[in-house]
Design a protein around this ligand. Structure first.
Ligand code: PMP
Length: 316
């Protein structure tokens, strides 16, 4: 789907996956006008397909587009395009329990622009790929390292939206961490260098005495849709959940730590290393709280329990 600055996207069309043509002076290539989303489609036992909260991705893209001076498709256009793309790629949705179809909507400034300014034309596209687990550990505990020199986001910046440059900003620390055997990097706030923010591609939660805490959304972390869903699931399961500043020292006392995201779902954290000191949590699996939340969320996403929240969209 394409549009000019007026923001009215044309009706899209389905195309075979392949390279696309872009001007060397496209806004996205020169000035980083790009946003993406990520969501998943799961196959149910009866063969139908479930999408999880696609309108939340549409709304997040709208907020991000506003920050990046881009027009965005309407929520209806976004969700219809996701549905059409998934239905056209139905055969790639893995059987129940064997993974999911990852859906990647992408919005970019595709028009040519030389001086620094918003691009004159925008393209919205969606591609899909079957996926299994995100971390090579599967759903086994992941090992994080806290980064205290490089930051992914600063107050007033773009850390709270899903713009492509945020991911370029984490590559260096993430590659270094992976080379040392860690699964990923946990970032601290760049002002006090003391409060937890998030991991390169997921949100973080800690559990202490059955109270669940997660860093509050304040512009420098991505408002994850899984984060929001887990907060609702946890409260409906009777847990107290706090969205607040979570200090790095609290990691020393936590009973459990886990990450949430579309790709990682709910992943238990096995250890966190900070300035050479390693704090370990669960041995070889989930802690009790993250296990409970993982089970409810994944059953909901796969259509194995009643969707009382009305979060899933069924396609056949
Ligand atoms: N933080 C970052 C930086 C991410 O890239 C993601 C993945 N979109 C998340 C958190 C989790 O967001 P969601 O639950 O919507 O996938």
């Amino acid at each position: 789907m394409k549009c000019t600055r007026d923001g009215n996207f044309s009706t899209g069309e389905l195309q075979r996956f392949g390279n696309i043509e872009l001007s060397p002076s496209a806004g996205v290539l020169n000035y980083g006008q790009g946003l993406f989303e990520g969501l998943k489609a799961y196959r149910k036992g009866d063969g139908n397909i479930l999408l999880f909260r696609p309108e939340e991705n549409a709304l997040r893209m709208k907020v991000g587009a506003e920050r990046m001076c881009m027009p965005s498709p309407t929520v209806e256009q976004f969700v219809d395009a996701v549905k059409a793309t998934v239905l056209a790629n139905k055969r790639w949705v893995p059987p129940p329990g064997k993974g999911s179809l990852y859906i990647r909507p992408l919005l970019m400034g595709s028009g040519a622009v030389l001086g620094l300014a918003p691009a004159p034309e925008y393209t919205f596209l969606i591609y899909v790929s079957p996926v299994g687990n995100y971390f090579r550990e599967g759903v086994a505990p992941i090992n994080l390292v806290i980064e205290h020199e490089l930051h992914r986001a600063s107050p007033g910046g773009t850390g709270g939206v899903k713009t492509i440059g945020n991911y370029a900003a984490v590559l260096k620390a993430q590659s270094a961490a992976k080379a040392k055997g860690y699964s990923d990097v946990l970032y601290l706030d760049c002002v006090h260098k003391k409060y937890l923010e998030e991991v390169s591609s997921c949100n973080i939660f800690i559990v202490k005495d059955n109270v669940i805490s997660t860093p509050a959304i304040k512009g420098t972390i991505l408002p994850g849709i899984t984060r929001k869903s887990i907060i609702d699931v946890a409260r409906s399961e009777g847990f107290q959940v706090e969205e607040r500043l979570v200090a790095v020292d609290e990691l020393l006392e936590a009973d459990e730590v886990f990450c949430t995201g579309t790709a990682v779902v709910v992943s238990p954290v096995g250890s966190i290393t900070y300035k050479g000191r390693r704090v370990s949590y669960v041995e070889g699996g989930f802690g009790a709280v993250s296990q409970q939340l993982y089970t409810v969320l994944t059953r909901l996403q796969m259509g194995l329990i009643e969707d009382k929240m009305d979060w899933t969209v069924e396609l056949n």
